[in-house]
Design a protein around this ligand. Structure first.
Ligand SMILES: [Zn+2]
Length: 160
């Protein structure tokens, strides 16, 4: 049985981004935007810092963007111990096209080569698992990258 993020929600959040996770669980990539002035609010929050509006909209966004930063994780940290079998894996912070620079984290599918800042990526939504505490994830695939070898890359990261 796969976990559902609402049962495993991280503590300390204000839940403003629940709609992001709900949409992702439904297979849709939606980001928060002010309904009044159109400012993108990522991560989501309840009040727009630009105009003060309390109203948000969650438009569908194409999961396409550019790597802003990335890192290779080589050990399992306390909150990622469930992923110990997956290390090393690469995560990236991706600037999403058409969102004035909104950035979203995700695993990068291993192609056997290191990604570069500025690489173009397309996201694929993956369902929540026990390893992701029930949170669905977005997995970034390098655009025009060579096809991963069979068995390389996965929802849970990739092995070297
Ligand atoms: Zn606003």
């Amino acid at each position: 049985m796969s976990a559902v993020f609402t049962q495993e929600k991280f503590r300390g959040g204000i839940a403003a981004d629940d709609k992001y996770w709900e949409a992702l669980a439904d297979g849709e990539f939606r980001l928060c935007r002010c309904a009044q002035c159109g400012t993108w609010m990522v991560p989501a929050h309840y009040r727009c810092g630009a105009c003060g509006s309390w109203e948000q909209v969650w438009p569908l966004v194409e999961p396409l963007g550019t790597i802003y930063s990335w890192t290779r994780t080589r050990m399992a940290f306390p909150r990622t111990e469930a992923r110990a079998d997956d290390v090393p894996f690469v995560t990236a912070l991706v600037e999403v096209d058409g969102t004035d620079g909104a950035r979203i984290f995700g695993i990068v599918v291993d192609t056997g080569t290191a990604p570069h800042i500025g690489d173009r990526v397309r996201g694929e939504i993956r369902p929540g698992t026990e390893k992701s505490f029930g949170y669905p994830t977005i997995e970034w695939q390098l655009v025009d990258a060579p096809t991963p070898a069979p068995g390389a890359g996965s929802t849970e990261g990739a092995r070297a």
